[in-house]
Ligand binder design. Structure first.
Ligand code: DLZ
Length: 164
């Protein structure tokens, strides 16, 4: 039997719904591109492994994590047939307070989109103290948070369908 474990990053992959009929959007921030591309690959692969076809995955890029809010909002409006959207970004602590403002803004912004609109938006934004922590979580020794976001998107797409 699969166990949850103490590590919250461990999703139970045995209970992922079949996703072959679902459609997903992925919005990717270009800031810290090496990290966000790793996250994108993790999310994309997780969707494909669970039956999603290429034609049912749409990707948009935005400049930085702060722009994920507007990008996801416009994607919700432009593609109302989507079942879930994944917002991918990487914010890394610098010498100024910009880190705090971007993290706060994107977190609240994505939260607002989930409250106000019907297509769930999955929060896949790394907020790390240094680049190594981001590398470790985007396909490194601590796995890939993009993969977890892909699984979360499928589960939320199923929840939305069941709740109708
Ligand atoms: C300006 C900025 C800084 C300093 N750091 C990051 C970061 O670590 N990760 C990220 O995704 N974006 C960063 N940005 C850019 C902002 O997200 C945004 O693109 C600009 O403030 C313009 O709105």
């Amino acid at each position: 039997m699969a166990t949850q474990g103490n590590n919250l990053s461990e999703y139970d992959k045995s209970r992922v719904p079949d996703a072959k009929e679902f459609r997903f959007g992925i919005v990717v921030a270009e800031w810290n591109e090496d990290i966000t591309e790793g996250l994108f690959q993790g999310a994309f692969n997780a969707l494909k492994e669970n039956g999603v076809v290429n034609e049912n995955i749409v990707r948009w890029n935005v400049p930085g994590s702060f722009e994920l809010i507007y990008g996801c909002k416009k994607m919700q409006e432009s593609y109302d047939m989507l079942d879930a959207i994944i917002a991918i970004g990487s914010v890394i602590q610098g010498e100024t307070k910009h880190f705090d403002f971007v993290c706060e803004g994107v977190t609240q912004g994505i939260k607002d989109l989930n409250v106000q609109n019907d297509i769930p938006v999955i929060f896949c934004v790394l907020t790390d103290n240094n680049k190594q922590q981001s590398i470790d979580r985007s396909g490194g020794i601590h796995g890939n948070k993009g993969s977890e976001a892909g699984i979360a998107a499928i589960k939320m797409a199923q929840l939305r369908k069941d709740a109708r």
